[in-house]
Design a protein around this ligand. Structure first.
Ligand SMILES: Cc1cc2nc3c(=O)[nH]c(=O)nc-3n(C[C@H](O)[C@H](O)[C@H](O)COP(=O)(O)O)c2cc1C
Length: 320
């Protein structure tokens, strides 16, 4: 099957795929066509959080097309933020209806709203008549049960959405178990909207499985799979790069480190952020357990750099 016409979208990963990551990623790797930015929460009282707005400012996002994502359930606050994003140049925005964290969900935000399709109906009715941006939604199968989606889809069908990005797990599942392909297939049968598939694409084999199961799907969102293997989109699209992968990963790491070094106020911030990446990147290498542990337990920047240099000097083998 041809992968040339597959669109690959970098998933929003709060704490990872911010503008710095997206730009450094784009300097080193290709194959990703667009990104949904990590969510911006609505704030109320016509307030905006400058750092979150900066993350999606078009002038900072010239390398990879980005769609801002909003988390919130108050229509007037959503409209205020959507209008601001439109004035900045964002013709497309995304609504987060998937965040699984209970702190958020219990306030009927993210996946917490999925159990209330009538509230989603009122929200969309109000918001879509007021905003100039087009809207897509990122959803899960439900908050508690995968049956919830069957009450939601007829509501979504009433509105002109760009697409539905579906991660086929429930909210309470968090990231446990596997993505439910049968439930994804059922959702496709019960909606008029275009869908993007999202969930557990970690290598070319899992991409091909999804592509074979859903031949009409052209858009694939990948998150953790790209953190673990930044070359994944290239591998899916069969983009050949001559340089050895291990050195590409090292150069990418070093640039990311330098970029965050300029940004973060203190060493704990910097090493904390970089160690977050290692938790995903580390298992990509064979026999990485011990050296990875050494990286993850560093507290000073100097020690972190030493441990990372040591790691790459051994030219660890990459698990295919
Ligand atoms: C650390 C982390 C942060 C995330 N942040 C967001 C977010 O800001 N907005 C969102 O819609 N989903 C978020 N997600 C969910 C991902 O976008 C994606 O739906 C999920 O990871 C499944 O895709 P994957 O298996 O390709 O990673 C996050 C997931 C993780 C693990």
């Amino acid at each position: 099957m041809e992968n040339d016409n597959a669109t690959i979208i970098l998933a929003p990963l709060q704490g990872f795929t911010d503008v710095t990551y997206r730009n450094v990623f784009s300097d080193h790797f290709s194959g990703v066509d667009e990104a949904v930015a990590p969510f911006i929460s609505t704030m109320g009282q016509m307030r905006l959080k400058p750092t979150r707005i900066k993350d999606v400012a078009p002038e900072n996002n010239k390398k990879l097309f980005v769609i801002p994502q909003i988390l919130g359930n108050v229509a007037k606050d959503f409209i205020f933020l959507a209008d601001h994003l439109y004035e900045m140049g964002h013709k497309k925005i995304n609504w987060n209806l998937g965040c699984p964290h209970s702190k958020i969900a219990k306030k009927k935000r993210g996946s917490g709203l999925l159990m209330y399709p009538e509230e989603i109906d009122i929200f969309l009715d109000t918001v879509l008549s007021k905003i100039s941006n087009t809207l897509s939604v990122k959803i899960r199968l439900g908050r508690k049960s995968k049956e919830e989606i069957f009450s939601l889809l007829p509501v979504l069908d009433k509105y002109p959405l760009d697409e539905i990005i579906l991660h086929p797990r429930t909210g309470i599942q968090m990231y446990e178990g596997t993505s439910d392909h049968d439930a994804f297939a059922q959702a496709l049968l019960n909606s008029h909207h275009r869908f993007t598939y999202n969930g557990d694409i970690t290598d070319t084999a899992s991409f091909h499985t999804v592509q074979k199961k859903f031949p009409n799907i052209r858009r694939f969102m990948i998150g953790r799979g790209i953190l673990a293997n930044p070359c994944l989109a290239e591998e899916i699209k069969k983009i050949i790069v001559d340089e050895k992968k291990i050195w590409r990963l090292k150069n990418f790491h070093d640039d990311l480190f330098t970029s965050y070094e300029k940004l973060f106020p203190g060493p704990a911030h910097l090493t904390g952020r970089m160690k977050g990446f290692w938790a995903y990147l580390g298992p990509t290498f064979k026999n990485s357990r011990k050296p990875l542990k050494n990286i993850l337990k560093t507290t000073s920047v100097a020690r972190y750099r030493d441990m990372v240099d040591l790691f790459f000097q051994t030219e660890p083998e990459i698990i295919k």
